[in-house]
Design a protein around this ligand. Sequence first.
Ligand code: 3H9
Length: 704
Amino acid sequence: MGGTVSTQHSYDVAILRIDNPPVNALGLEVVDDLGAALAAASDDPAVRAIVVMGAGRTFVAGADIKALEGLAWGDMSGAPDMHDLFQRLEDSRKPVVMALHGTALGGGLELAMAGHYRVASADARLGQPEVNLGLIPGAEGTQRLPRLVGVQKALDMCISGRPISARDALDAGLIDGIIEGDLADGAVARARELAASPSHPRTRDRRDRLPPAATLPAMLEAGRALAAKVHRHRDAPLVAVDAIEAAATLPFDQGCRVERDLFFRVAGSDQAKALIYAFFAERAVAKVPGVPKDSSAPIASVAIIGAGTMGGGIAMACANAGLHVALIDTTQPLLDQGLATIARNYDASVARGRLTAADVGERLGRISAHSGSEPVASADLVIEAAFEDMAVKQAIFTRVGREAKPGAILATNTSTLDIDAIAAASGRPADVIGLHFFSPAHVMRLVEIVRGAGTAPATVAAALTLAKRLSKVGVVVGNAFGFVGNRLMLPYMYEAQFLVEEGATPAQVDRVLTDFGMAMGIFAVDDLAGLDVAWRVRQAHPPFPPGQRQPLVADVLCEMGRLGQKTKAGWYRYAAGRTPEPDAEVLTLIESRARDAGIERRTVTDEEISDRLILTLVNEGARALEDAVARRAADIDVIYLTGYGFPAFRGGPMFYADQRGLNDVSRRIREFHARHGARWRPAPLLERLAREGSTFREFDAQRA
Ligand code: 3H9
């Protein structure tokens, strides 16, 4: 028998156990081995029923995404055809019970639906997440799921990609029972009961859950509207609706042929390439040479110094993950204010139905407030989230360095300051690391993990483990101004300001960016963050050297008190709520400042806006790689996808550049250099890769 499936007998039941760590993904070998194990169990006269389950922590979490990556790039050799196996499972005269635990996702759920019966442990999760990879279910999922749960629920699951709980699956008819206690024993008992039945239900024969023809069009229309809304600009969710339509209107085999054609149409698309790349890039960031994979330092208690917006958000992120948090600030009123903000944020989650009042009670119960620094001594992790001022931070670290227990991790949440200077004050730089959370810290997934010159590998490992524990993505970056994210963001922001000085409007720039797929336009982002944030940064770090063009308007807006949403006016005005409205006063100000500076006003095309902004990110990204502040192009992409609203279906700025072709990117940057001067000097790394006909992906691969 093959190596990925083992057979074990319990009474007269054969248990076929899929063992392909880490997540039992279905690749060619598993499909072959399962087919062989099924044949043997079918032929064995002592076997009256069959159970299929997963070894280790999960059932099957999907088709092997590595093989699907090959497929996306034109290599068909690794992608299994599961149709035969599924047909044989369904045609088995002995009942096949699928026993699910952990996750049954994508091809895993498709496999489960090919069995006659499905049982699951109470904590199992089931879903068709293919859209997250730019795909649709391609192993009969779009044909079987509507037959089991109806078109409406199938649309919801295939469009959102979100898994459902075992309880939901039971209510929806996707599984037949929940097993409390040992899953294998429960599944075997069920299989033995069923062995006596003369025949077993085949999903493919069912039509009872499919809707009458008259109600179908409205459901599909609602599905397409939902797909366009939740996955703006993405093709796969809409294609999934087409495949489900085929399930409702065609016999099973014909529906499967439609699904197959549609699957192959999306599987080779740029969107699938980008999203699959993003899936692996997000997981690769945790693999840092020289840093142990798993941290041996368990973190259970955290002391957070500073109860402001950042400290409060970090406290929530930690409490949500089950950590005990001591929130420290200098006075009781500051602590009260911080706790009130935390309570308000939690109330909003309850109002939105994301948490129950009991969940919130539990989480708040893990946060205690302190006006003295006593909790520092016992904390496994100390996070300083005080005012962004070197003297303040150094004073805190001098004290923390003395008071924290040996082996504790000492983190600073600075966004602009030098980690080494902060670490020096602590007297124990090996323990010190930057944790650059993004606001709101309980929501945003990105944490830049800033490694100082003296940071120990074990400290980096602990920070990576913490990020995962907080359900965040930690990316290790070097200690240089702006780290990686803001280093790229600042020139992008200034380029947008130059564009409006030349004749574009903030609304046009923001529209071009959201059309490109960015979550928000840069002027709307600036207004949301507060214009004073970048203003303070500009005062400490002028954007461009003297003699180069400087942005003309942002400082003036700040001086006018137009600080963004919080003052109801910034680049836009906010007459009612948070919706930005173009403001004639700002347009006049931009025009007059530009005229005074002798800038010729002209029509700026959407294409120029898009290129000047996105290629600014690419060029600066290449420089960050040259300087080794970013380790890999994929790290930059993950930072932009998880922290800056860059569209996942484009894979990130560096992947976008690869897809466009570095030759074309470099040609365009040289044009901008000729027209706009020094700030557009092409990054030598980009020029070299373009000359060699290479890509950032190859650059990463060579470094790995
Ligand atoms: C599909 O099924 C298409 C079908 O319709 C059929 C078409 C013909 N394949 O995330 P983690 C690896 S599309 C290969 O850190 P967690 C992952 O790279 C697929 N590898 O763990 C990582 O490797 P490494 C539909 C996979 O506990 C390791 O497993 N399914 C796969 O936080 C651990 O992953 C999905 O989209 C895979 N399918 O989360 C599910 N899945 O250690 C995708 C994981 O070397 N997977 N790996 O870095 C997930 O959502 C999460 O991995 C899961 C576990 C929730 C399962």
